[in-house]
Design a protein around this ligand. Structure first.
Ligand SMILES: Cc1cc2nc3c(=O)[nH]c(=O)nc-3n(C[C@H](O)[C@H](O)[C@H](O)COP(=O)(O)OP(=O)(O)OC[C@H]3O[C@@H](n4cnc5c(N)ncnc54)[C@H](O)[C@@H]3O)c2cc1C
Length: 510
């Protein structure tokens, strides 16, 4: 199997004259949700056309750390972790309710997810996809998070390859713009364009599945759909919620978008630095050697863990000023960071704290290919995300801060830390930063990594309108659909996989 991806419009698949053939199902978007659904459909003897606007499959999954929360799984059993669908459902529900999602529809989804996530993992393992874990969790939580090995990118390519081997049709650089509706069948096709902007149509017999992802870079949708919204920068460009926009034209409703999902992420200075290949080498992934812009942006993009602050680290702007009690929920800290003038912050540590970042539970972030990342893992990103210096002035110049101002402000912090009272933000425990070398991790920026919620569906992933009636022939899965399970870490990829499976199961019975 050729593992590289095309740079121009191309069709793949064993069937000949695919363009003319009417398929059972059209899947729009070859991210993880689209790949999962398309592959399940083929395995259920449906003919499928998978349309992807880019020349690369995997969508946002290409950026993902690769954690997936699922239960019960054979990997849990192997590690003697006892779990059940019921226990998983209870935990998902508690978490969801804590975050304000209490409607009945949400509960149905959580039940579906709890019932199917474990099966989805076993299905992926049958495809030859490997996992590590479950990785350790905080006390009282059942370990359920698995990590794709050697990388999630590898799993994406395995899914694509299997889809093509089974005769699925994949069309790259097909940007779907609108849906075709017929009076008798409902939605039964799409209209789009290739990268020469030539218009193309594709028809289907049973329905169109929208798996076009989140709307984090669509300012209009953010304003409309997230009442608590704030202006936030999208981590990844071009997450436009195309499927939502198209479905709204057919009176689709949306739900569960109420959470403004801004997060702190290490963004690094990685674009031109060959970071793709260093990540590739580290995970052993077979990332194709492509000059495609989208992958140029492919970086670590992890979130700093609360352990950094529990151990005494602080979060400062380039002047060395703190702006929050860093031990609060980091989602709240992210919102505060979003109001800083340049939004760029750094985690500051000294050697005493840094030496503790060597094993669970003292991790820097979650990490591709292994679950958690420690100081030893971050050393390979020296001068990209990790900076260290023997004095604060030197450190300041490394992160493009003004050395004198930076040092003065950290010294002021140290005076306060010695007194044991955080007069600025009321943090309960403070550590004096005095043991060299000093470390700065960052820049850490508040960004929208993805969005929560989207098109309202029933539990078969059929899109609903404002009256609760189905929009015939239209389905929505993954990011951009309103599963409301995408709150716990690892359930974004999980929901993409499971919702793809649900839609395929339903359609195959029509
Ligand atoms: C840095 C980072 C780390 C993450 N880590 C994790 C993690 O460890 N675990 C986890 O659960 N989640 C993680 N996530 C989130 C996770 O990656 C996504 O939620 C998930 O991959 C979404 O999959 P999807 O298929 O629903 O959507 P997407 O991946 O967005 O796929 C949508 C696809 O549709 C295509 N498309 C869009 N519009 C059109 C159109 N008009 N016509 C044709 N094609 C179109 C896109 O090009 C894309 O390929 C992470 C996200 C980021 C940014």
């Amino acid at each position: 199997m050729n593992r590289s991806e095309p740079s121009g419009y191309r069709e793949e698949g064993k069937s000949k004259r695919l363009e003319e053939r009417e398929v059972d199902v059209i899947v729009v978007g070859a991210g993880i949700a689209g790949l999962s659904s398309a592959l399940h459909l083929l395995q259920l003897n449906q003919s499928v056309c998978l349309l992807e606007k880019r020349s690369i499959v995997g969508g946002l999954g290409n950026y993902a750390v690769g954690l997936v929360t699922a239960a019960p799984t054979s990997l849990q059993r192997k590690s003697n972790i006892s779990d059940s669908v019921e226990a998983f459902y209870r935990d998902l529900k508690t978490f969801s309710e804590k975050n304000g999602f209490t409607d009945l529809n949400t509960a149905h989804f959580l039940r579906e997810y709890a019932g199917k996530s474990g099966k989805c993992i076993e299905w992926l393992m049958e495809l030859g996809i490997e996992f590590g874990g479950p990785i350790p969790e905080a006390k009282g939580q059942i370990p359920r998070r698995l990590i794709f090995l050697p990388s999630i990118r590898d799993a994406i390519l395995k899914m694509r390859d299997r889809f093509l081997e089974m005769g699925g049709q994949l069309i790259y650089n097909f940007h779907v713009d609108s849906l075709i509706v017929s009076e008798t069948a409902g939605i039964d096709g799409v209209i789009g364009r290739n990268n020469e902007r030539i218009s193309r149509r594709k028809k289907c017999k049973k329905g169109v599945i929208l798996s076009t992802g989140a709307f984090s870079s669509n300012a209009i949708l953010i304003k409309e759909l997230i009442p608590s919204g704030d202006s936030g920068d999208s981590l990844v460009p071009d997450l436009n919620g195309d499927g939502i926009v198209m479905a709204l034209e057919h009176f689709a409703a949306t739900s569960n978008t109420d959470i403004f999902p801004i997060q702190l992420r290490f963004t690094g200075q990685s674009d031109e630095s060959g970071y793709i290949s260093s990540r590739n080498k580290r995970t052993g992934s077979s990332l194709p050697n492509t000059d495609f812009e989208y992958l140029k942006k492919f970086a670590l993009y992890t979130s700093p863990s609360p352990s950094l602050f529990r151990l005494g680290g602080i979060l400062v702007d380039r002047s060395g000023n703190r702006f929050s009690d860093e031990t609060l929920d980091l989602r709240y800290v992210a919102l505060l960071a979003n109001h800083l003038p340049d939004k760029e912050t750094f985690v500051l540590l000294d050697q005493r704290i840094a030496t503790e970042l060597d094993k669970w539970p003292n991790y820097i972030s979650t990490f591709p290919g292994k679950g958690y990342g420690y100081l030893s893992d971050y050393r390979q990103f020296e001068n990209e995300i990790l900076y260290l210096a023997n004095d604060l002035r030197e450190l300041a110049s490394m992160i493009r801060a003004e050395p004198r101002v930076f040092e003065t402000n950290i010294e002021k912090y140290n005076v306060m830390a010695r007194s044991g009272k955080d007069l600025e933000f009321g943090r309960k425990t403070l550590s004096v930063l005095f043991t060299p070398p000093f470390y700065a991790l960052g820049p850490v920026k508040p960004v929208l990594t993805t969005t929560v919620g989207g098109l309202k569906t029933d539990t078969n992933c059929r899109v609903l309108d404002g009256q609760g009636k189905t929009v015939p022939g239209l389905y929505a899965i993954g990011d951009g659909s309103a599963g409301a399970v995408q709150l716990l870490p690892g359930t974004h990829v999980g929901w993409a996989l499971v919702s793809g499976m649900i839609a395929a199961d339903y359609i195959s019975k029509l």
